[in-house]
Design a binder for this molecule. Sequence first.
Ligand code: BJW
Length: 265
Amino acid sequence: MPGEASIDRVARWLAEARSVVVLTGAGVSAESGLTTFRDPEEGLWSKYDPMDLATIEAFERDPELVTRWYHWRFTKARDVRPNPGHDALALLERTLCARMPDNPPPFTLITQNIDGLHQRAGSRRVVEIHGSIHRWRCTCTGYEKPLSEIRFDRFPVPSEHGGFMRPCVVWFGEMLPQEALEASFEALARCDLFFSIGTSATVYPAAGFIEVARAAGARTVEINKDPTANSPSVDVTLKGRSGAILPDLVHQMDQLARGGDARDT
Ligand code: BJW
């Protein structure tokens, strides 16, 4: 509609959508206190070289350093709480699932984050394409030992099978989990509304998901505090913090679905 504010337009698209896919990145967890990767001053990759920490070669070269670093990241993720952006996405899932039949699912949350905060906020269908820092496996057998049974009192942590324990996260050069990739492409192929939220959209294959959604005919929306590689081509950019924009957006969608004018409230 002419003159319609961007957030109103996106709220209307959400109220009309039959199948929504959301891709999230580190920016969504920034307001919980977790550092992003590529912030020029604070980002993890501005302080550390990813080739020293996030590759299998780095782990083989210096397993103590890499294990200590991921154990530190694990304690950070464990000790923070979901923020209003995570909460709003969980509410969005509940709202869409209550409005539409579950087969096929009307909402899929694909996250590059390994911190588990979406699940802690109540999101149910979460596709973790870069794995999870809350799961660790043996380098020899692939056996995933429950976290409660792993003692981080020696670095690297030996496994019972002659190897070491490593986090179940996807390092550069490693394949993404097949099941997560399949679930992602299946949802992207049938989505009519795609969101890219709090990601710099620089790491593949996730950075290419927007093109898959567009090819399926989806409208595309970016929510980010800074411009990204996606910004010039998305249908709408909502510039700002996801923890502020998402609750507002979901509230406005809800008002529209109830038949009210979002801006009246
Ligand atoms: C806010 C905010 C707020 C802040 N509100 N916004 C095709 C082309 C070219 C290269 C490749 C390709 N295919 C594969 C590759 C190689 C490679 C790759 O993509 N390299 C690129 C760097 C070029 N990809 C891989 O190796 C992947 N594997 C693969 O494809 O296997 C097959 C294959 C292998 C080899 C060759 C070819 C094919 C695996 C990628 C694994 C990425 N792993 C990491 C580490 C995981 C574990 C860990 O956490 O340590 O995943 S790297 C890191 O980047 C992490 C993230 O998930 C990922 C993405 O980062 P994200 O989430 O976008 O964070 P930032 O910091 O970049 O952005 C945050 C954004 O939020 C910013 O825009 C802020 O402005 C914003 N923000 N606060 C809203 N409050």
